[in-house]
Structure formats: structure tokens, C-alpha cells
Design a protein around this ligand. Structure first.
Ligand code: ADP
Length: 849
């Protein structure tokens, strides 16, 4: 079944509403009906409305069952309330309406025999099963047309009366109004809720106040910001919420808005969590229905962070501008978006010239692919750090720069460009280059020094002057890579003829250059001597067939004394062969050569001196030997005639003594005395000669205590006769010839007893180690010696007494001194006072341990 224009086809009758006079018998029914309608009007819940409507319909139409269906928002009509209808039926009948939605001015439709009606054919089975025989459709419509329907059902075929229909229609009209009212109410609540939800979810702070400043509404942001609840705020003023000065300011601003009568933008500050926040308010008066001002509303945005960000970005901008580095930003196409003052200074372009232009303007010609590569990295989100490259300034000059390029992202994290910091490192690079040059020079100098240090010992070890000169020349030639070289020696002992060497070196026309060096003036280095002004044309080859010299280098060799020993000369047939380094090497070798030559000279001289010494020693030994032989043979040979004289004089005295005059006897006695003294003297002289004879071979180890014991035994007669007491301390083993030590003890102990005083002679012998020597001392209590004679007494034949006082010939101490000195030792009078005894000491080499 389908309907058009609200008119049903087939057997559905179009009904017109007829008003019948009220009959007395039905008063109760009407009463009940009115009550139902009254309840319908009063009901506030939709359910109650439906309930009252269904009850009224059943009451008015005597139908068994009834239902209310409404079009939903999707255009399908659905059961909203029903009486006596099964779920199955409701499901089957859902969606059916005789009138399309919003049909204007529809009329009720009655189907007295629903099972026969073709228009309801699709529902007949459902109708039958539900036991419905007749139905009446009552439209629910208002100005906007149909929005639903009421349906009443009868179990038997039923012709509705005009009353029934009119009543039902009136109920439907009531119901339509009640639903509409309810819907409007709900819509109102919903939109209020929506408004509050919107207001609450707004990021801004919002309020509405009445003209007196009392809050009517605040949103959640307001509550959160100022830590208040909506319930606590509504009805209060700013004076209840904020400090007085702030409340005064807010009130004054509100009043200004009210008097302006239009929306005003105001900046206010209010505390939040102990911090003052800045808000930008838009405040506006709100007109009531009658046009008068009913309220004032305000919406605020917290701009604290924005202001802080602005301040931070201003600071950042100041930093960027004041930076010494160029700070540039560009987009992902390489177009410059910002350009600071240092960028202007470094690259020469102004910001106006560069912003909006491609940064590739700065590309150095040899680095065309570099910027696209950097941009690719940036697009991938990578950073480029401390990248050293080259850029071209506006004036075309190429400069060295160090770059750091970082991607710039937008708030969503997407890379939108790059920031670039460029530092001009041209000076730095220059300094680095210079440093590298200096380092290289220093290394070269060190290498040269090491080389010379290695050369020095070789030269120093060479003490043969001729070989030295040759070696110096060879080493230097190798080190400087010369083709030709020469060492010219000057001075008195010059052995290499300068002219020959010069000829070999072959540099005609440059005598002055060579002379400068030989005068010791300076090192000379020429890249090409053929370009010298005084250069005379020289043949391509010299007489030896060697190519002519062009590169030239020479250095004087000067001794420490300042004496010029000669010069080192180097040449090469190619120009520009000798460098500063070669100059340094040659200077070093010349210095080493001078030292080595000094050494060699000294060595030569020392060798000469040594040879001289050896010769004179030999001479001395020969003379000594001759002297010894002479002294020995003289004393020996003298003894023979002396004995003849002595014996002859004795015979004369014996045979003729009593016949002689007294004077003659005296003369004879003199002869006898003189000859016997002569015998003693000659014996002493022989003893001295023997003492000066060096004992051959190394000195053996000898126990000095044992030697002393032997000596004392041999002197037993003298000791006993004089009553002397001889004692000794610990005496060591020493390296000495035993007979010599015995000689020393014998002489000194003999003297100690001989030169005794009136007291019993006491002699004490000690020994002590001192500085690697063994010092013996012989202490006596004799007559002592005046200190002025301390040296003299060691002289040959030197005595302090006459032979009558003390016999002797003054040779004992002289012998002791000779013996001790032959072993490198010393003898001296340690201590002595006349009448107070003497101490003689002598030092001998200590024995091996
Ligand atoms: P001589 O004993 O034969 O005279 P010396 O050479 O032994 O010769 O001694 C030289 C002199 O030194 C002695 O004449 C003596 O005057 C003095 N003299 C040596 N030893 C002693 C001593 N122990 N006490 C005092 N005078 C001494």
C-alpha cells in the first residue's frame, strides 16, 4: 500500500471531522477522558505522556489496543508506546505509515476490515496472528506536517463512529502538542548541556557576570585556573575571589565595557599558583530580551607563556644578531629565510640581498654539489657538525668556513628548513698553515741536528787531520747532494795546497766568493752563480770533463780560538740545488769539523809532548844509571886508596909515634880521623845509592808487625845498652817491600833512641788508615827538634848536632824520604818540641783487603 498526499486508496475512507452534541449517558466517559487528557497535558516525562495518550485513545474509541509511532531522525517510523501488541507484531509493522513524513494537513484513516484491505496486504499475516480485524490511523502532525501516528486496533471489523474519530483526532492533536512541547524542552536542556560542554571544553577562560559584577556562569577553565568551584563562584563578585586592588581593576574594566556598550579587548593580570599570569580578555555587554544590558561576558586567553616565548625569541634574536658567527636559516629548497649581521660581514651580502634568494649564491666553484648534499642530510633529519669548507664572498673572494647545519622542525615535528652557523676560519687556516710550515721547519732542524749529532762522534773520533778533512768533505757532500766538493785549508800548517783544490773545484771568475768564505766572513749560498754580475763565461765542462758549477754553497771552518782553519765548498751543475736546510747542515758540519780539527791538532801536539816526555825520561834514566854506576864505583874505588892511607898512617903511628914531635903526632891523628870519617862517609853514600835504587816488581803484601819485630831483634844491643822501652799498637798488612819498611823502622827507632834525653827512652810505634793510605808514626820522648828545622833535617848530610854530641852523618832521614817517595808516600815531622820529644810520621800505600 502506498499513499499520496495523505489520501488513502482502496477501501480506506477519507474521514471528515464532525462534531456531535454531547449526550447525557456518556458524561462519565467524557469525564474520564478529560481527566486522561488533563493528565496528558500535565505529564512531564515522555513515558507518562504516551501512557496518558494511549489510555485516552482506548477510552475514546473503544478499541482493544492502541499504539504510538514516531518518525525517527533516520526517517523510519517506529513504535514508541503500545498497548496489547506483541513484540512480533510491532516488529512486523514497524516502518509503515499511511502518510510520508512531513505530509502537510493529513487526515485520519480508518480500515474497517483490515484483512480484506489490499493496502494492508503485506501485513495481513501479522494482523491475523495478532487477531486484529480493523485499524484506524490518526496522524500526529503540527505545522511541519506529519511526524508520527496513533493507531487503534479492533479484534472485529469496526466502523468508527464520527464521535470516536473526532475524539481520537483531538487526542492525537493533544498528543502531538505534548510531544512537541516535551521535545522542545529536551532540546533546550540538551542545548544548555551542549553549551556548557562547549564552554567547559574551551581552552579559554570564560565567565558571565550580571551588571553588578556577580558571576552568573564560569567554565571549567575558570574553576581550574583560580581554584574555585562553579557553585562557589556563582552569585559572588571579584572582591570575594581576588585581592582588593585586582578586584578594583577588574570592576573598573567591566564598567568601562558596560559604558562602551561593545566588545573591548583588555589585558589583565591575575595570580595563579603564586605566579602572576597575563590574560588578554575580550569583554562584551550581553543584551537581555528587552534590549537592556542583562550581563557582561568575558573570554580570556593566558598569554603569559606567549609573552615569555616572545621575550625569549627577542633575546634569541639579539643573540643571533650579536653573534660573531654567521647565523642563517633556509628552507628545504635552500632559500634563505634569515640572515644576521655577521653573515653580512662574513659574506658581504646584506640581509635584503639574501633573504628569499638561494644560499647556493655562496657556493665555491669547486664545491657545486656540496649544498644539495647538505640539504639531503637535513631532510633526513641529520646534523652536519664542524664541517670545514670554502665559500665565495660577494666580492668573489674565497674564504674558509666551518659549518654546523641543523634541521629546523615545526611544531608538529616536521623538518621545514635548516639553521646554519658559519664561522670564518680563513685566519685560523692561515695560522694552521703557518704552524705546519714552522713545525716542518722545526722537524727539519731537529733532523739536521740529529744528523749532525750522529756525524759529530765520527768526526771527533778521527784524530788524523788528513783523514778528518777527507771524511768531513765526504759526509757533507753526501748530505747536501753536491756533485763537486772541496775542503780548503788555510793557516801555517796547511797541508792541502789551496790552488790545487781550487782548480779541482773549478769556479773561475768567482774568487771573491771563495775568498769571502776563506776570510771566515759567512756562509755563501747561490742558486745559480752564472747569474752573478761578475760571472765570466765559463766553458760547459772543465778540464776534467765535469760539468760546470751553477749551484754553489760554502761555509768557513773556524776554530774556537777564532783561527780560520779553512772552508767547505760545494757545487752542482744544476741551478737551485741547495736549500736553507743544506745551509744549516753545512754550517753544522763546519762547526763540528772545526772542533774535530781542534781536537786532532791537540791530539797531534799531545802525542808530540808524550814522545818528548818519553825521550827525556829515557835520557834521565840513563843519566841516573850512569850516576849510580859512577857513585858506586867511585865510592868502591875510593875505599882502596883510602884504606892504604889509613893503614899507612897506622903503621907510621905505631913505628914512629914516640919519635915524633907533638905537632906531627896531631897531624898523623888528623890523617887517621879524616880517613876513618871518609870511610864512614863513603859507606853512607853507598847506602844512600842503594836506597835510591828502585825495587823491581810490584810490592808484595807484608805484615808490618812482623817486620818491626825483626827490626827490634836486630837492634837488641842498642836497646839493651840504652835501656829503651819500645812499644807498638796494631800494625797492618801493607803493600810494600819488606827490606824498605825495615830500613824505615830502623832509621826512625835508631834516631829516637840516639837523640834521647836524660830520661829512660820510650818509643811507641802506631799505624792508622787515612784516605787510602796507611800512616805510621814513631813517637819518642827524646830531646826534640826546633820546628824551624822540620824540613831541613830531611836534607842529605843535614844534621843539627856535632858528631861529638851525637854521632852520625845526616843521611838517615834523607834515605827514609827517598824510600817513601818512591812508593808515592810522604814523610814528615808530625810534632816536636825541644826537650818534649818528637813524632815522625810516614804514609805508605795501604794493603789490599
Ligand atoms: P844523623 O842521625 O846521622 O845525624 P839523620 O838524617 O838521621 O842523621 O838525622 C838528621 C838530624 O835530625 C839529626 O842530626 C838530628 O839532629 C835530628 N834528629 C833526627 N832524629 C831525631 C830525633 N828522634 N830526636 C831529635 N833529633 C833528631
Amino acid at each position: 500500500m502506498h499513499t499520496t498526499g495523505g489520501i488513502a486508496r482502496g477501501r480506506i475512507k477519507r474521514m471528515s471531522v464532525v462534531v456531535y452534541p454531547t449526550l447525557g449517558g456518556e458524561t462519565d466517559r467524557f469525564k474520564a477522558l478529560y481527566q486522561q487528557l488533563d493528565a496528558l497535558s500535565r505529564a512531564s516525562a515522555l513515558e507518562d505522556i504516551y501512557h496518558a495518550a494511549l489510555a485516552s485513545l482506548l477510552e475514546a474509541t473503544a478499541a482493544d489496543r492502541a499504539a504510538i509511532l514516531l518518525f525517527d531522525i533516520d526517517g523510519v517510523i517506529r513504535f514508541k508506546a503500545a498497548r496489547g501488541l506483541s513484540e512480533a507484531y510491532q516488529a512486523a509493522a514497524t516502518g509503515y505509515s499511511p502518510w510520508p513524513r512531513r505530509t502537510p494537513r493529513p487526515q485520519p484513516l480508518v480500515v474497517p476490515d483490515a484483512l480484506l484491505d489490499q493496502s494492508l496486504a503485506p501485513f495481513q499475516e501479522a494482523l491475523r496472528q495478532e487477531g486484529i480485524a480493523s485499524v484506524a490511523f490518526l496522524p500526529l502532525a503540527l505545522d511541519a506536517g506529519v511526524f508520527g501516528q496513533c493507531i487503534v486496533y479492533y479484534a472485529e471489523p469496526h466502523e468508527c463512529t464520527a464521535d470516536e474519530l473526532e475524539m481520537a483526532n483531538a487526542i492525537a492533536a493533544h498528543l502531538a502538542l505534548a510531544i512537541e512541547r516535551k521535545r522542545a524542552e529536551m532540546e533546550c536542556v540538551r542545548s544548555e548541556q551542549l553549551l556548557q560542554a562547549i564552554v567547559d571544553n574551551s581552552a579559554t577562560i570564560l565567565y558571565i557576570k550580571d551588571p553588578e559584577g556577580r558571576y552568573l556562569l564560569v567554565n571549567r577553565q575558570f574553576e581550574n585556573r583560580f581554584h574555585v568551584t562553579r557553585a562557589a563562584v556563582v552569585g559572588r563578585t571579584d572582591y570575594d575571589l581576588f585581592p582588593r586592588e585586582l578586584a578594583d581593576e577588574f570592576r573598573a574594566n567591566d564598567e568601562a565595557v558596560l559604558s562602551a556598550g561593545k566588545a573591548v579587548s583588555i589585558e589583565e593580570c591575575a595570580p595563579e599558583n603564586n605566579e602572576m599570569h597575563s590574560y588578554v580578555w575580550v569583554k562584551s555587554p550581553l543584551a537581555g530580551p528587552d534590549g537592556s544590558t542583562a550581563a557582561i561576558w568575558g573570554i580570556a586567553t593566558d598569554v603569559t607563556e606567549r609573552q615569555q616565548l616572545e621575550a625569549a625569541s627577542l633575546r634569541l634574536a639579539a643573540i643571533v644578531e650579536s653573534s660573531d658567527d654567521a647565523i642563517i636559516s633556509k628552507d628545504l629548497n635552500g632559500i634563505v629565510t634569515s640572515w644576521n649581521q655577521s653573515a653580512e660581514r662574513i659574506f658581504g651580502y646584506t640581509a635584503a640581498e639574501m633573504v628569499g634568494k638561494p644560499l647556493s649564491i655562496l657556493t665555491a666553484p669547486d664545491r657545486l654539489d656540496e649544498m644539495p648534499r647538505i640539504l639531503d642530510k637535513i631532510r633526513r633529519g641529520d646534523r652536519v657538525r664542524h664541517y670545514e669548507t670554502r665559500r665565495r664572498r660577494k666580492d668573489g673572494l674565497l674564504i674558509d668556513v666551518a659549518l654546523t647545519v641543523s634541521p629546523v622542525r615545526n611544531a608538529a615535528g616536521r623538518i621545514v628548513g635548516a639553521s646554519k652557523i658559519a664561522r670564518d676560519i680563513t685566519d685560523h687556516k692561515q695560522a694552521e698553515k703557518q704552524r705546519a710550515v714552522l713545525m716542518a721547519r722545526e722537524q727539519e732542524a731537529r733532523r739536521t741536528a740529529e744528523l749532525l749529532n750522529r756525524v759529530a762522534p765520527r768526526l771527533a773520533a778521527q784524530l788524523d787531520l788528513e783523514k778528518l778533512v777527507q771524511e768531513v768533505t765526504e759526509i757533507a757532500t753526501t748530505l747536501v747532494g753536491a756533485e763537486r766538493s772541496a775542503f780548503f785549508r788555510t793557516g801555517a800548517d796547511q797541508k792541502v795546497p789551496a790552488q790545487d783544490a781550487l782548480h779541482h773545484f773549478h769556479l773561475p771568475g768567482h774568487q771573491e766568493l771563495i775568498d769571502r768564505t776563506l776570510r771566515g766572513e759567512d756562509i755563501v749560498r747561490r742558486a745559480d752563480v752564472t747569474e752573478d754580475p761578475g760571472h765570466s763565461a765559463i766553458p760547459e765542462e772543465d778540464s776534467e770533463g765535469l760539468p760546470a758549477i751553477r749551484s754553489y754553497l760554502s761555509a768557513p771552518v773556524i776554530a774556537r780560538s777564532g783561527e780560520i782553519l779553512g772552508g767547505l765548498f760545494f757545487g752542482h751543475s744544476a741551478p737551485d740545488q741547495f736549500t736553507e736546510v743544506h745551509e744549516a747542515i753545512v754550517a753544522g758540519i763546519a762547526a763540528q769539523a772545526a772542533i774535530a780539527m781542534d781536537n786532532a791538532n791537540l791530539f797531534e801536539r799531545a802525542q808530540w809532548v808524550q814522545a818528548e816526555l818519553r825521550r827525556s825520561n829515557e835520557e834521565l834514566r840513563r843519566v841516573n844509571h850512569d850516576l849510580e854506576v859512577f857513585a858506586y864505583s867511585a865510592s868502591h874505588d875510593l875505599q882502596e886508596p883510602l884504606r892504604t892511607i889509613s893503614i899507612s898512617a897506622q903503621i907510621l903511628e905505631r913505628n914512629w909515634g914516640q919519635h915524633l914531635e907533638s905537632d906531627d903526632t896531631l897531624f898523623l891523628k888528623n890523617i887517621l880521623n879524616a880517613s876513618s870519617r871518609m870511610v864512614v862517609l863513603i859507606e853512607d853514600l853507598l847506602a844512600y845509592t842503594r836506597a835510591t835504587k828502585y825495587e823491581e816488581g810490584p810490592a808484595p803484601q807484608v805484615d808490618s808487625a812482623r817486620v818491626l819485630t825483626n827490626v827490634l831483634e836486630s837492634m837488641q844491643g842498642t836497646i839493651v845498652e840504652s835501656g829503651a822501652i819500645v812499644t807498638a799498637g796494631d800494625l797492618p798488612v801493607i803493600s810494600f817491600h819488606e827490606s824498605r819498611l825495615a830500613q824505615l823502622f830502623q832509621n826512625l827507632i835508631g834516631n829516637a833512641i840516639k837523640y834521647r834525653s836524660k830520661e829512660v827512652p820510650h818509643v811507641h810505634i802506631t799505624a792508622a788508615a787515612r784516605d787510602g793510605w796507611c800512616v805510621f808514626s814513631v813517637v819518642d820522648n827524646g830531646i826534640g827538634i826546633d820546628s824551624q828545622y822540620a824540613e831541613r833535617i830531611f836534607g842529605l848530610f843535614k844534621r843539627l848536632h856535632s858528631r861529638e854530641e851525637y854521632p852520625g852523618s845526616g843521611i838517615g832521614l834523607a834515605i827514609c824520604q827517598r824510600v817513601v817517595e818512591q812508593y808515592g808516600g810522604r814523610i814528615w815531622l808530625e810534632r816536636s818540641t825541644p826537650g818534649g820529644g818528637s813524632t815522625f810520621s810516614f804514609s805508605l800505600p795501604a794493603g789490599r783487603r
